[in-house]
Design a protein around this ligand. Structure first.
Ligand code: B16
Ligand code: MG
Length: 213
């Protein structure tokens, strides 16, 4: 067995909340008169913190905002996003993702989450995965966001495993950079499958079964 554990990013890997993030940022951009916020801009928000994501929007605005106003804008976006999350249920967990997670566990691997999101506990609960993972490291327990490796190093520590024994699974360039910086091998899906630093580009979530064998 090549690995003892797998650490999954959440948004864009376990579930499609990356789309909700985009829609909520787009709604906030419209509210403040930034009408050309695009999916290309959204790629720069993947994996990074909420406040760093806000800066991606504000770079497109000609107005300046105080720190207090920025916090209020981030809260407005998060309220829009949480409204979308509230409509989620176990039906939003892809069948291939669930069966692959169960097979990885049956193969003896420890499974963890390593996400920048402060909404991680709520999303996992909505998906029926509230008690599923052996460890959860998220935006609530780190001081530095991806591409810093802190969240993945915490997840490995919670699993009592060394980075070289864990595979990180990511959809974002910043997330792959975080994994590599922490000494992990990284499987990349979606956007991350096209990134040159990704160790194992994958087309489908179940490809993880081949990589970890
Ligand atoms: P929140 P991940 C990241 O989650 C998202 O990719 C990123 O777009 C978002 O800004 C960040 O979480 C913070 O999310 O506002 O919910 O705390 O991809 O690391 O699972
Ligand atoms: Mg992600």
């Amino acid at each position: 067995m090549k690995f003892k554990g797998v650490i999954f990013d959440l948004d864009g890997v376990i579930c499609s909340t990356d789309e909700y993030h985009f829609l909520a940022w787009k709604a906030l951009a419209d509210l403040i008169g930034v009408t050309d916020f695009s999916r290309e801009d959204n790629k720069l928000q993947r994996g990074v913190s909420r406040m760093e994501s806000l800066e991606v929007v504000l770079r497109k605005s000609d107005k300046t905002y105080t720190d207090e106003q920025k916090i209020a804008l981030a809260e407005t976006k998060n309220d829009i996003y949480k409204n979308m999350l509230e409509k989620m249920s176990e039906k939003d967990l892809d069948g291939e993702v669930l069966s692959t997670l169960n097979k990885l566990r049956a193969n003896g691997l420890k499974l963890a989450i390593g996400s920048s999101s402060k909404n991680t506990p709520f999303i996992l609960e909505r998906l029926g995965l509230g008690l599923f993972f052996d460890a959860v490291a998220d935006g609530n327990c780190v001081t530095k966001s991806k591409p810093d490796p802190e969240v993945f190093l915490k997840a490995a520590e919670y699993l009592s495993l060394n980075p070289e024994d864990c595979l990180v699974v990511e959809d974002a360039v910043a997330g792959v950079q975080a994994g590599v910086a922490g000494g992990f091998k990284v499987a990349g899906i979606g956007e991350a499958s096209k990134y040159e630093k990704t160790t194992y580009p994958i087309a489908s979530f179940s490809d993880l079964l081949k990589i970890t064998k």
